[in-house]
Structures are given as structure tokens and as C-alpha cells.
Design a protein around this ligand. Structure first.
Ligand SMILES: O=C(CO)COP(=O)(O)O
Length: 254
């Protein structure tokens, strides 16, 4: 079987041209495991996509952080999936909690985006995750399965989807989920996929964890059986991102 480990770097709304060049330079100089061990994708803000693509080593991929829900047109300020295809940007992150919560993107809107982006041949990092309130009220699985169900209802082929479990309470807070907490939700998500989508999809879809992942905590998370990689925010702007990429080897030898 063997799901290829996946490490995504979500740069969010950060950086200047100089910062971007510095990040790309430490990425390009890094000695990391080969592509059959780990797939690495970095996601700069839209305005830096071209620059990053032109400078970045060819074994690392590039992702946009969002795209418009349908065909482009009169939607001021939006970036369409067609434009990403035109620029040869292979990946897009959709449904990040910062967009769901701050910009009010509903489960349905996110799933429409996922389906549209896939229909154009883009690969999607689809994010799900519960808030602290939802976790404390015991509704973690109800929330993440509803978010996943919305996607499953509109998508028939999961080959180009990576599912990112990002508990909102762990994002940018320094409060990482324990390996057991992450494994529990990843296991349940895979079980949900098995029961509602199919065995093959459940066995092959990569479920990655995001939320305060850093160089120090990545290994113990990486070895969890249902954790297939990471979506990294803050630490993806720093050289410790390389250590996170290297945690793929901990997985390989577990
Ligand atoms: O939101 C995240 C990645 O998409 C996680 O962010 P942090 O790693 O900064 O907690």
C-alpha cells in the first residue's frame, strides 16, 4: 500500500520578496529524503507564486492558498482555478479554517471549490478541523465528518485530494495535538472514509495533520499509523521546516 508522506508549508499571509528569496534559498540548499519517501509542497501567497515557482527546486511542488469557487469572471479580488492551471500551479489549499471562520466559508462552499478545482485537474489539500468549543463539547468527529461528507458528496475521485486535519485550537497557538489525539481523529476519519466512500479510498488517501507542528514535535506525530504528513504554518517559514520534512524517514522506518 504505502501512502507517500506529504509535507506542506502554508506560508499564509506572510513575507516580502526578500523573505521569499531567503526561504527558497534554505529549501533549495537542504538535503532531504527523496521524492519516493516524501512529497513536499509549499504554499506562498498568490503574489509570490510566480517568483517561488521560478526559483524553487524542481522536486518541491507549489500550492495556492485558495481559489475561486467556479469559473473566473466578474469576481473582483478573486483568483480562479483556471489561472492556477494556466500558471502551472499544481496544488491548491481549500477550506482552511482561517477562511472557514474569518471569511465565513461554509462546508458547501468549500466542497464546491474542491469539486471545481479537481475538475480542472488541480490537486487539492482540503482542510477540516474543529474549534476548541466543539472539541470540549465532544463534537469533534461530528464536525470533521460533516466537513468531509460535504466534500464526499461532490467528489467521486479522491486520487488528487490530501485531507488535512487541522484542529483550530492547535493552529498558531503552540498547543499541538498530542500524538494520541491526532491519531484518534485520523483513524476515525479514515474509518469514516471506509464506511462512506470505500475501502480503497480510505487506504490510499493521505490524511495529514496541521496545528503547531515544529521541528521538536514532528517525529512523534509522524510515526502515528494514520498520520501521513503535515500541513505546517509558522514553522514552514523557518529552517526547521527541513527537520519536519525529514521526519518522513521516522515514518519510513517505524
Ligand atoms: O494552519 C496551519 C497550516 O495550514 C498550521 O499553522 P501553525 O503551524 O502555525 O499552527
Amino acid at each position: 500500500m504505502g501512502r507517500q508522506f506529504f509535507v506542506g508549508g502554508n506560508w499564509k499571509c506572510n513575507g516580502t520578496t526578500d523573505d521569499v528569496k531567503k526561504i527558497v534559498s534554505f529549501l533549495n540548499g537542504a538535503d532531504v529524503p527523496s521524492e519516493d519517501v516524501v512529497e513536499v509542497v509549499v504554499s506562498p501567497p498568490f503574489v509570490f507564486l510566480g517568483l517561488v515557482k521560478s526559483l524553487l527546486r524542481s522536486d518541491f511542488g507549489v500550492a495556492a492558498q485558495n481559489c475561486w469557487v467556479r469559473k473566473g469572471g466578474a469576481f473582483t479580488g478573486e483568483i480562479s482555478a483556471e489561472m492556477l492551471v494556466n500558471l502551472n500551479i499544481p496544488w491548491v489549499i481549500l477550506g482552511h479554517s482561517e477562511r472557514r471562520l474569518i471569511l465565513n466559508e461554509s462546508d458547501e462552499f468549500v466542497s464546491d471549490k474542491v469539486a471545481y478545482a479537481l475538475s480542472l485537474g488541480l490537486k487539492v489539500i482540503a482542510c477540516v478541523g474543529e474549534t476548541l468549543e466543539q472539541r470540549e463539547s465532544g463534537s469533534t468527529m461530528a464536525i470533521v465528518s460533516a466537513q468531509t461528507k460535504a466534500i464526499a458528496e461532490k467528489v467521486s475521485n479522491w486520487d488528487n485530494i490530501v485531507l488535512a486535519y487541522e484542529p483550530v485550537w492547535a493552529i498558531g497557538t503552540g498547543k499541538v495535538a498530542t500524538p494520541a489525539q491526532a491519531q484518534e481523529v485520523h483513524f476515525e476519519l479514515r474509518k469514516w472514509l471506509k464506511e462512506n466512500v470505500g475501502h480503497e479510498v480510505a487506504a490510499s488517501v493521505r490524511i495529514i495533520y496541521g496545528g503547531s507542528v515544529n521541528g521538536a514535535n514532528c517525529k512523534e506525530l509522524a510515526v502515528q499509523p494514520d498520520v501521513d504528513g503535515f500541513l505546517v504554518g509558522g514553522a514552514s517559514l523557518k529552517p526547521e521546516f527541513i527537520d519536519i520534512i525529514k521526519s518522513a524517514t521516522a515514518k519510513k522506518s517505524d
